[in-house]
Design a protein around this ligand. Sequence first.
Ligand code: FA5
Ligand code: MG
Length: 585
Amino acid sequence: MRLLATGHAVRVARSARFVAVPSTASLRRASSNAALEQGTRQPGPPGVPCAEEATYEKTRSDILLKKDGSRSAAQAPPQSPVPSRTPFEQYLIDEKKPNTILNDEGSSGVVISSRPHTFDATTNLSPSILSHVDRRLYMQPDHPICITRKLIESVFSPPTYENHIASNPVVTATDNFDGLGFPADHPGRSRTDTYYLNENHVLRTHTSAHQLHAFSRLATRSSTTGETQQAGYSGYTICADVFRRDSIDRSHFPVFHQMEGAHTWGYKPSKTKQDSRYELFKRRKNEIARDLYDLPSHGLKVQDLNLPFHKDNPAQAKHDHEEVRLMAKHLKKSLEILVAKVLTQARDAGGSMVGTSQEPLEVRWIDAYFPFTSPSWELEVFWQGEWLELLGCGIVKQELLEKAGCGDKIGWAWGIGIERLAMLLFGIPDIRLFWSQDERFLSQFKEGTITKYEPFSKYPECYKDVAFWISAAPAAATPVAETGSRGGVAAAAAGGDARKASPAESQLAAFHENDVMEIVRDSAGSLAEDVKLVDEFVHPTSGRKSLCYRIVYRSLERTLTNEEVNQIHGEVVARLASELDVELR
Ligand code: FA5
Ligand code: MG
C-alpha cells in the first residue's frame, strides 16, 4: 500500500500546485509555525472557547456575535488587520492581498479574515476556491442569497431565534468534525472532500461547525430559571458560506451557503415550590406540545412515511420517545412552513418558478444520517425531473448539548442549502449564477421583493470528453458504484460521499472523482457547467479500469469561442495526466 499512499501524497501536494514544494529546512520551519499556532490551543471547559479560539473570536467576530442588520466588527475595516508577532507573519503577511497565497523562502501560507495560516502537507486549497472567500453574498441586500437568508430568518425570528452570521470560513478540524462526533473514517473528513488549510484548520464544510459554540451561547444567555429563560432565546440561526470539494452540476458548487437552525426546550422550575424530576419533565413535554400546537398550518402537500424510530435512525437512549415524537413533529412542521412560504412567494412572483411544471411541488421526508443528530431526516423537493435535497435535520445528540453546558435541554437542529431554496424562490436554473457579477443578473433582484428570474440569454454549450486509465487497485477507486437506495444513509452526512473513494487516509484510493472535479474547476472556473462520468469499463485481460468524463463548458454571460474551449480543455487534460495517477487514452 506504500505505493498508493505515496501516490496520494503526491496528488495532494500537486493539487495545491501553487504551493512551493518546501525544502526540508522550510518544512521544518512550516511545522514549527504550525506548532506555534497549535501551541496556543488549550483545551477549555465545555462552552468556553480555548485560548486560540478566544483570540480568533476577536478577529472574526463572526460566529454568533452579531445579529443580522447590525454592522458587525467583521465587516468594519479591521483596525490593525494583522497583529504582527510570529516569524510567519513577518515574512508572509501582505495586507493588500487577502486570500492569496503567499510564498517566502519555500514556506507558504494564506491570510483569511486577517488571520495567517501556514500550509503543510495536508493543504489542498486552490486559487479558484480562495477567490470565492470573502464575497459575502449573504450581506449584499439586493442579492438573492441575502434575500433568501432574510426570508428564512423571518420564519425563524426573534424573540425565539437569535439570528447570526459567521463570516470567517476557517474553523478548526475539531469544530468541523470531532466536536460533532464524526467517526475517524467518515468520508467528509477526507482531503478529497474537504479543503484543508493545514492539518488543524479547514474551510468549514457546514454551518454545523458552529453548533457547539451556538449551544454554549444559548446556555449562557438563557439560564435554567423559568424567568430568565423566558427572556432569552430558545433557538438560533447561523448563516455562512461553506466549502466542499464536490461534484460539478447545476445544483452543486464547491462554495455555497448554508443556514443552520436549532430550537431547544429546557426544564423550567416552578418559582413557588420544589419540583420533582417528573414534574420538570412533564412541564417540558407540555411546552413542546403547546409550541407544536401554536405552529400555523401551511397547506403544503408533503409525503412523509413517518416511520417509527428504528435501528438505523433511533431515538436516543437518554430521550423519552413521546418528547422525541413531539420535537420531530415540531421540527418538520417548522421547516414545512418555511418551504410553503418560499413556494407561495415564488408563485406570487410569477407562476412557475421551478422549471417547466405548473403543478404544485412535491415535497418528501426521507430518513438520513448525521453524526450529531438522531433520529435524522432530509427534505427533498421534486425539481426539474429529479429529487433535489433541500436540507438535513434531526434531534440533537444529547452529548453535544451536555458538552455545550445545556444538558438540561433537548432540541432539534437543521441545515439548509440557501442556494437550493433560492433556486426555487427565484426560478434560478443554475447554481453558478449566484456568483455572477453580470449586471443583467444582479439588476433583476431587489431587497424585500421576490421576482422571477428572467434568463438574459442562453449561450450555447460545448462539451468535450476525456478518457483515461486509472490504477486497477483498490476496488474503492470506482466513482460510480451504487450502494443501494440513494447511496445509503451513510452518504448523507455533511459532505463526503461514501460511494466515492475510501476516506480513511490509511486506505487511500488510487483515484478519486473529486480530484477530477477540482482540476476542471481550477482550469475552467465557472465556465464548467457539468462534469459527468459517461463511460466506464474494465479491460478483460489487464484488469485496468478506464473512465470517460464528459465536461460541458458554457458561459452564462457570453458565447465561448472554440479556441477558448480547446485551450481550457487542453489544460484540463494536461493536468489530469500530470497531477493524477492516470494514463490518458
Ligand atoms: C449538512 O451539512 C448538515 N450539517 C445539516 C444538518 C444540520 C443536519 C443540523 C442536522 C442538523 P448536508 O451535507 O446534507 O448536511 O448539507 C445540507 C444541505 O446543503 C443539503 O441538503 C443541500 O441543500 C446543501 N448542499 C450540500 N452540498 C451542496 C453543494 N455542493 N452545492 C450546493 N448546496 C449544497
Ligand atoms: Mg445531505
